[in-house]
Design a protein around this ligand. Structure first.
Ligand SMILES: *Cc1c(COP(=O)(O)O)cnc(C)c1O
Length: 397
């Protein structure tokens, strides 16, 4: 859904509130109603034919192209993504990743992928994409020279970036790698789920396509699955057309929930970032903790990049226990009372997850190197209560 140019002079917090709330979609109420629709009705057959031919954004046609509830969410996401012409919605973050890959790549193409990309993104490259004749090389996202060498081999159609990376949170110099990709005629794609556009303006920093799992911060309440991809005009048009060919559509009920989450995403992210920094800083000095991977901490190897390129953080980080017992991470997770054990993140409630990132690395050494490690998603609880909970659990290490 294309967002047009309105509201771009407003600050991000204001755009979060205003985006997508067109009068013709909301009527006299604040939020766009839930338009449940497969069939759209026309006054005349001539109107039906015109709608079919135009295929324009915001055009009533048939349920698979959405209705105002989905259009309003897409437009609000475009409004907070500097440099975006439009946003396509998908039924999950992984569906967004697949939609992007299929819009950009064809048999015979080469893909370069950051070695710390989200695990299902990696599996898509080595599974689905490999079966379609796309070859993927993984690279260490902290090593621009190795990246340059891979590009120089030729034939690279696209570059997949994710910063900070999943589970181990290494930072990437995205502006540099995106520029190198462009110089070699490759499309750069960024999974920006961690920071959201409030924390990192990926398109403005040089990427061609940016995606998010809306199941995380945007939903924010652990009750929906959705994904999005935003881009400038050329790639937006390609993404939209492939998403229509694939028959991708999101339910209006979920779109309304996601839009509701989006309105408070700024304050939630700010609170979760501050709380995560407090918890991470505390963990860092505990004798049972060997290392904390949180880019907002000054001790983090990628902190300078985070300071330079990012305008915000997130509640998600991980840490390694000072123990060589692989079962120690599960003992800690089981002992926590305020942290749920589960996948996903970015909700209002805190989560703890034992992780084994070394099983998903091939181009770089894993900083956990088989040691027990946990990922925390810090929610909206008081950080002092979370710290007390962690202090009790760490006694079992
Ligand atoms: C969760 C996640 C995804 C996938 O999103 P789903 O909505 O769960 O399909 C993609 N990238 C990152 C970084 C994620 O954390």
């Amino acid at each position: 859904m294309s967002g047009g140019g309105d509201g771009r002079h407003l600050k991000p917090a204001t755009r979060l509130v205003q985006g997508g709330r067109r009068k013709e979609w909301t009527g006299p109420v604040v939020n766009p109603p839930v338009w449940r629709a497969s069939t759209h009705l026309y006054e005349t057959d001539a109107e039906r034919q015109a709608a079919g031919h135009s295929n324009a954004d915001g055009q009533f046609f048939y349920g698979r192209r959405g209705a105002p509830t989905q259009w309003a969410l897409a437009e609000a996401l475009t409004a907070i993504e500097p440099g975006a012409h439009g946003t396509v919605l998908y039924p999950s973050g992984v569906a967004a990743i697949a939609g992007i890959m299929l819009a950009v790549l064809k048999p015979g193409d080469r893909l370069l992928m950051s070695d710390n990309a989200y695990d299902p993104t990696r599996s898509m490259a080595t599974g689905l994409l490999a079966r379609l004749g796309v070859t993927t090389s993984f690279f260490d996202p902290r090593d621009p020279d190795a990246f340059r060498a891979l590009l120089a081999d030729g034939g690279v159609k696209a570059v997949w970036l994710e910063s900070p990376g999943s589970l181990t949170f290494e930072m990437t110099d995205v502006p540099l790698l995106a520029r190198l990709a462009r110089e070699h005629g490759a499309v750069s794609i960024c999974d920006n789920t961690w920071a959201s556009p409030l924390g990192f303006a990926a398109l403005e920093q040089g990427c061609d396509i940016v995606m998010m799992s809306l199941s995380k911060h945007v939903g924010g309440h652990s009750d929906l699955m959705m994904g999005s991809a935003s881009a400038g005009q050329r790639w937006y048009t390609a993404l939209r057309s492939v998403s229509q060919e694939l028959g991708q559509v999101v339910s209006p009920d979920d779109a309304a929930l996601a839009a509701r989450g989006l309105r408070t995403m700024g304050v939630r992210l700010a609170a979760q970032t501050a709380a995560a920094l407090k918890v991470a800083g505390w963990l860092e000095v505990q004798p049972q903790v060997a290392e904390v991977f949180c880019p907002m901490l000054p001790s983090h190897g990628g902190h300078a990049i985070w300071r330079r390129d990012f305008t915000g953080g997130c509640g998600l980080f991980s840490f390694v226990l000072a123990s060589d017992d692989p079962a120690a991470s599960a003992r800690v997770a089981d002992a926590l009372a305020l942290f749920g054990i589960g996948y996903s993140w970015g909700g209002y409630e805190s989560l703890a997850l034992p992780i084994t990132p070394h099983t998903y690395r091939e181009a770089m050494a894993c900083p956990c190197a088989g040691r027990p490690a946990l990922r925390l998603s810090i929610g909206l609880e008081d950080p002092d209560d979370l710290i007390a909970d962690l202090a009790g659990a760490l006694k079992l290490v």
